[in-house]
Structures are given as structure tokens and as C-alpha cells.
Design a protein around this ligand. Structure first.
Ligand code: SF4
Ligand code: SF4
Length: 115
């Protein structure tokens, strides 16, 4: 069974992804590539594509709800690392549910994590 997030990607096309500038290059050598971040507020950057409507992060590849991939997975900023998929670790995730709803996808259930 593939990971449910690989068939989704909704949270990468639903919210503004804002993070501290120190998470991006050049401040952090293995951080978010400079070209993929745009200035937001004094100490913050946003993933390009998430600061305007319709929201879609420039690092997202594929079709939401079908097959997607983060092209900078190892370099993604904290908000992306912190957004938990619902029930992956036995807990609900309202953010995950909201993102999926934006794209007309039903919330994940514990059954989605069973092989
Ligand atoms: S919305 Fe939830 S299931 Fe979809 S990619 Fe994000 S965390 Fe994964
Ligand atoms: S950096 Fe990757 S995980 Fe974060 S919003 Fe963009 S595509 Fe999604």
C-alpha cells in the first residue's frame, strides 16, 4: 500500500507555508532553495505559490488527490514537517482534514493506514 500522502498532496495546495528565513538557503545550506521562497514578513519567508490564491506550493509535483511528491522533501521547512497526516500515529489532524476537504477529499481514517 502506498503512503496516503503520496495519493493526496492537499496540504501543499491549501495553506500558506510560512517559515523563518533561517530555514532557507543561503542561511541553511541544506534548507529550502532560495528560488522557491518569497519574502513574507520581516523575519519570514513563504514557499512560493502558497502566498497567493489559488494556493499550490511550487515544490509540489503531480495531481492533488491522485499522485503527488514534494520535490524538496529532505529540505522542506518546519510547517511541512509538523503537519501530521490524520491517524498516521493514532491521532486526529484537523489541518489534514481541512486541507483534504478543500480538495473534495474525505478525511483519512485509521483504516487508511492498515495494509
Ligand atoms: S492533507 Fe493529510 S493526507 Fe494529504 S498530504 Fe497532507 S498530511 Fe498527507
Ligand atoms: S515544501 Fe514540499 S511538503 Fe512543503 S508545501 Fe511544498 S511541496 Fe508540500
Amino acid at each position: 500500500m502506498s503512503h496516503p500522502c503520496q495519493r493526496c498532496g492537499a496540504c501543499c495546495a491549501a495553506f500558506r507555508v510560512a517559515f523563518h528565513w533561517s530555514e532557507a538557503q543561503p542561511a541553511k545550506a541544506d534548507g529550502v532553495p532560495e528560488a522557491l521562497a518569497s519574502p513574507l514578513r520581516r523575519h519570514e519567508l513563504a514557499m512560493r505559490g502558497t502566498e497567493t490564491l489559488p494556493v499550490r506550493c511550487v515544490a509540489l509535483e503531480g495531481t492533488v488527490g491522485d499522485g503527488t511528491r514534494c520535490t524538496i522533501y529532505a529540505q522542506r521547512p518546519a510547517p511541512c514537517r509538523e503537519l501530521g497526516a490524520a491517524w498516521e500515529h493514532g491521532e486526529a489532524s484537523p489541518q489534514c482534514d481541512r486541507a483534504r476537504a478543500v480538495h473534495g477529499l474525505p478525511p483519512l481514517t485509521p483504516a487508511d493506514w492498515r495494509a
